[in-house]
Design a protein around this ligand. Structure first.
Ligand SMILES: [Zn+2]
Length: 412
């Protein structure tokens, strides 16, 4: 099961088995058992509560193996028993297995105008959330300070009720595998080892990643991309466009680790100057800022923009909207030809454009690449909307646990 999330082995925190074990020292049986345990836990958290027989059907494992794996997850405190959804058959509902929501990760997001922190359960429950609004982009020091004081406010609750496995941090920029932000233009950060700074301050393992990659992973796992192995995710806002490519179920990183920087695809060499130095990048040409100007509004969230653009009859707004949809169509055609995804998921502002112009954009991905037989590419608006980005960074925190569930210390 390929897992490309950034996993690190620093700061053990509550992580028992954090010392990296070499593959060579582990027998094949142990490896298989670990993979099976991981597969059952993933199923339980995405589709749970699931009956043991459904787990058997989904994984192809026999009944006694499933029973042993489920018992191990229950003993580890990673799963709980819960009634499965009624099947319509007469009789008592059967007891199924779901992921344990008292096992939690911190989901942290750094944006130019806000720092968000959520306490997220392994099963997807959002136990608490705090959004700290900012009037200007935070310096790394200020970000760490604010995030830490928000988490401190949750600390008593965490200590009393939950088992914290770590924190995931989503940043609008390029983040390397050690959690160093190489560049994050919306925040004005450059070469900041933000994961280790935050880790030192919080005292739990922190894994950082690019926000679009994090969104792509979450959408592939829980959202419209569920069950899709090859997915192209594009998220847009006034701060730019980020892309994430999921191939064969894993995030495509490229040799630099930064594949998916699709916002800087040049779509008009004579277009506006982009922060990257080039002209006419997709993210400068397809940007809500221009529409907000025409609408005379400073800021609208995704839902408000949906309504405004659905209602407006202003010819200048309609013309700009059409221009942007044309540019996005051109880019999507190129992306679909280059990557041949099964599905394209548009999030944030790009989801708004899809809602206003579904026909036009569907046409753009209905391509017949040379030799292909008119393959249809699903074009979807991100399912979870703002909830997605609330949950998504926690996926970075859960990644090591999901890869090797038995490495977590048993419950106290
Ligand atoms: Zn650019």
């Amino acid at each position: 099961m390929p897992e490309n999330e950034t996993t690190k082995n620093r700061a053990p925190a509550l992580w028992s088995g954090a010392a990296p074990r070499t593959m060579g020292s582990r027998t094949t049986n142990e490896e298989v058992r670990q993979q099976n345990l991981s597969a059952v836990l993933r199923l339980a958290r995405v589709d749970g509560p699931l009956s043991r027989s459904s787990i058997g059907t989904e994984t192809g494992l026999n009944r006694s193996t499933v029973t042993a794996l489920v018992n191990e997850l229950l003993d580890l405190g990673l799963a709980r028993e819960a009634e499965t959804a009624p099947t319509g058959r007469v009789g008592r509902p059967s007891l199924g297995v779901a992921a344990e929501d008292s096992v939690v990760g911190l989901s942290i997001r750094a944006e130019p105008d806000a720092i968000s922190v959520a306490l997220v359960g392994l099963g997807g429950a959002v136990h608490s959330r705090v959004r700290h609004d900012l009037s200007s982009p935070p310096s790394p020091r200020r970000f760490v300070h604010i995030a830490t004081s928000v988490v401190d406010g949750m600390r008593a609750d965490i200590d009393r009720h939950y088992r914290l496995v770590g924190a995931g941090l989503a940043v609008p920029g390029l983040v390397d595998e050690m959690g160093t932000v190489l560049i994050a233009p919306p925040l004005g950060w450059k070469r900041e080892s933000i994961a280790s700074r935050l880790e030192n301050s919080l005292g739990v393992q922190v894994t950082a990643g690019n926000d679009a990659s994090v969104g792509a992973m979450a959408e592939a796992r829980f959202g419209v991309g569920r069950g899709t192995n090859n997915l192209l995710y594009l998220g847009g806002s006034v701060h730019g466009i980020g892309g994430g490519l999921i191939f064969d179920g894993a995030l495509l990183r490229g040799t630099s680790g930064f594949a998916g920087e699709l916002g800087h695809t040049v779509v008009d060499p004579r277009g506006r100057r982009c922060a990257c130095g080039r002209r006419g990048c997709l993210e400068t040409e397809v940007n809500p800022a221009r529409l907000l100007n025409l609408l005379g509004r400073r800021r609208l969230d995704e839902d408000e923009l949906d309504i405004e653009l659905g209602l407006t009859r202003d010819p200048a707004v309609r013309a700009e909207l059409e221009r942007q949809v044309d540019v996005l169509s051109l880019a999507l055609t190129n992306f679909v030809n280059a990557f041949a995804p099964e599905a394209v998921v548009l999030s944030g502002y790009l989801g708004v454009l899809l809602a206003t112009s579904r026909e036009r954009l569907a046409q753009a991905v209905r391509v017949d690449p040379v030799g292909a037989d008119g393959r249809a590419v699903r074009l979807e608006r991100a399912h979870m909307r703002s909830r997605l980005m609330l949950l998504a960074p926690a996926e970075l925190a859960f990644a090591p646990l999901l890869a090797d569930p038995a490495a977590l210390a048993p419950p106290r």
